[in-house]
Design a protein around this ligand. Structure first.
Ligand code: ATP
Ligand code: MG
Length: 565
């Protein structure tokens, strides 16, 4: 993926990798992994981690594992495994035969735990969860040793084996590392390594009723796969001493190193599987792949391209600094990508009928439209012009302000690729709503012909009444009205922070014919934005289009106008 490597070649992790390889000399190799927990769909934050891990592997010629961190059967599901595989593949990355599961290593975790016990480095705890908490101390006070800390190796082994055999209830016992109850780092105060969970696991079934903690399973999995650089987000920084402790106290072949970087936070949305799941649960969105969701599946359904997501990840870079990235950065990535590749078409979202009174009834004419303004190789197409047309309601005003260069009573406008028309009469319904315009066209003004010399200020898009197709268009916008919904402390419910206009459905739209046959291909509706057919709901008979992004960043303007000064 050379398009993402050059711009991001200098971040601090790549520098570390580079000097690692220099020190390693000939035969040195970098190995990375992306380790999702299959407890939800991947989001744009995960895309950052995927691009980092797979990107480094590609750039430095090493392998990258896709490893499912499936150690918590209560929250995980096979359907999430499948969704994650689809998403990583869609982003354009390849793990070859390196698809692994932490659950594959359960026997190794168990043997590792026995080794720690034998070496006097782990013990079976029998305090309740509340007691364990009380013994742990606080940030300012050291913890106290558990009364069970002094159990003999034999007793520990026996109890641990019986835990495995299912002889105890959940919470009755746990296995803890014996490290230091006075450590200033709470993670080092005899952290739990194993707990009893009488739960069915999607892959190992009922084979196990004890499950390892992330902090224990993760470093061992890394070592088993010979991961050299275990890249994770900053919240694990305080866990690193424990990560190193686990590696040091076991005889595993690998010697991985954990390096932390800041997570991606995106404005006006949330990037946490738990919070996204809550939105689905409450019915605020229509599933993990709702086009308003910052999930990879949502972005895909919305019409984002893999290239644009990777470009975004390259642009935001990798640092240790916490920050919030503006949605406009993501939108710009897709806008730029689509500007280059999306064919232009015409669609009218809120149609107003126009009848050309001086056009012969029944006659049609073929006009030539370019598919891309600066890519002649993308070709041209024929569009039908005739007596009945549709234009956008917004492109007509009965009593417009001065600088309105579109259509007004008695005014003229050019129809894109077509003729100049003049509004002669306005037809209204009983309530005074404009329902049709009676216009005349000037036959000497056809676009592209020598005689088309006369100029008017405005050009608008349109579709023909004869062959345009009815369609539904879904206009998506930000999901929230506040930049940092998960940090909002106004006391409002998350539902009160939702943008009521995050989805506007327009059901009476008209689009050029032929578009419904181009399912999945992003197009630009001229003057309106980029759109793609919805993968769930669109049919050839009734096309449904999702707005991917507007043509310009309208929010930036609004925010600028609202900011003081
Ligand atoms: P969430 O809070 O959304 O559940 P998680 O970190 O618990 O995220 P995992 O499936 O454990 O989800 O994440 C897999 C990898 O993706 C981890 O290495 C994690 O550090 C990384 N990751 C998760 N969220 C982000 C983010 N917002 N930005 C960058 N990397 C992330
Ligand atoms: Mg996690």
């Amino acid at each position: 993926m050379n398009d993402t490597s050059d711009s991001s070649g200098q971040d601090f992790i790549r520098q570390i990798v580079r000097s690692y390889l220099q020190d390693a000399g000939v035969g040195g190799k970098v190995v990375t992994r992306f380790p999702p927990e299959p407890n939800g769909f991947l989001h744009i934050g995960h895309a950052k981690s995927i691009c980092l891990n797979f990107g480094i592997a590609e750039e430095f010629g090493g392998p990258c594992y896709l490893r499912f961190d499936d150690t918590n059967p209560l929250k995980e599901d096979q359907s999430y495994v499948e969704a994650i595989i689809e998403d990583v593949r869609w982003l354009g990355f390849d793990w070859g035969d390196r698809l692994t599961y932490a659950s594959d290593y359960y026997p190794v975790f168990y043997d590792s735990a026995l080794k720690l016990i034998r070496d006097g480095n782990a013990y079976v705890e029998s305090l309740s969860a509340d007691e364990i908490r009380a013994y742990r101390g606080t940030l300012t006070e050291p913890g106290k040793n558990s009364p069970h800390r002094g159990r003999s190796v034999e007793e520990n082994i026996e109890l641990f084996e019986r835990m495995k055999a299912g002889e105890f209830e959940e919470g009755e016992h746990a296995l803890r590392a014996k490290i230091d109850m006075a450590s200033p780092n709470l993670n080092m105060r005899d952290p739990t390594l194993y707990r009893i969970r009488k739960a069915h696991h999607q892959r190992t079934g009922d084979d196990w009723c004890i499950y390892p903690m992330y902090d224990f399973a993760h470093p061992i999995s890394d070592a088993l796969e010979d991961i050299t650089h275990s890249l994770c987000t900053l919240e694990f920084e305080d866990h690193r001493p424990l990560y190193d402790w686990v590696i040091e106290h076991l005889d595993l072949s690998g010697n991985p190193r954990q390096i932390e970087f800041s997570r991606l936070n995106l404005a006006y949305t949330v990037t946490s599987k738990r919070k996204l799941a809550a939105l689905i649960e409450a019915g605020h969105v229509d599933g993990w792949d709702d086009p308003r969701m910052p999930t990879i599946a949502g972005l895909r359904r919305r019409g984002y391209t893999p290239e644009s997501v990777r470009d975004f990840c390259a642009r935001i870079g990798i640092t240790k600094k916490e920050n919030i990235i503006q949605m406009g950065v993501l939108e710009n990535s897709v806008r730029e990508d689509l500007d280059n590749r999306a064919p232009r078409v015409m669609a009218v979202l809120r149609p107003l009928k126009v009848t050309l009174t001086n056009w012969t009834d029944g006659k049609t004419e073929s006009l030539i439209a370019q598919n891309h303004p600066n890519k002649p190789e993308m070709g041209e197409r024929d569009i039908t012009f005739g007596r009945e047309l549709y234009i956008e309601r917004d492109d007509f005003m009965e009593d417009p302000p001065k600088k309105f260069f579109r259509l007004r009573p008695g005014g003229e406008v050019r129809l894109r690729y077509g003729y100049i028309i003049k509004c002669e009469d306005v037809i209204k319904d009983g309530d005074g709503n404009v329902i049709e315009l009676l216009c005349t066209y000037d036959p000497d003004t056809r676009s592209g012909t020598m005689s088309a010399q006369r100029k008017v200020k405005g050009t608008i898009h349109w579709v023909s009444g004869a062959d345009s197709v009815g369609a539904e268009v879904r206009l998506y916008d930000r999901l929230f009205t506040v930049p940092a919904p998960d940090q909002d402390n106004s006391g409002k419910e998350i539902s009160e922070l939702l943008n009521p206009e995050s989805l506007v459905c327009l059901e009476e739209c008209r689009v050029e014919p032929g578009l419904s046959q181009r399912a999945g291909e992003p197009v630009q509706f001229e003057r309106t934005g980029y759109f793609v057919t919805d993968s769930h709901d669109s049919t050839p008979e009734r096309p449904v289009f999702n707005r991917i992004v507007t043509l310009r960043d309208t929010w930036a303007k609004i925010e600028k106008a609202q900011s003081p000064g």
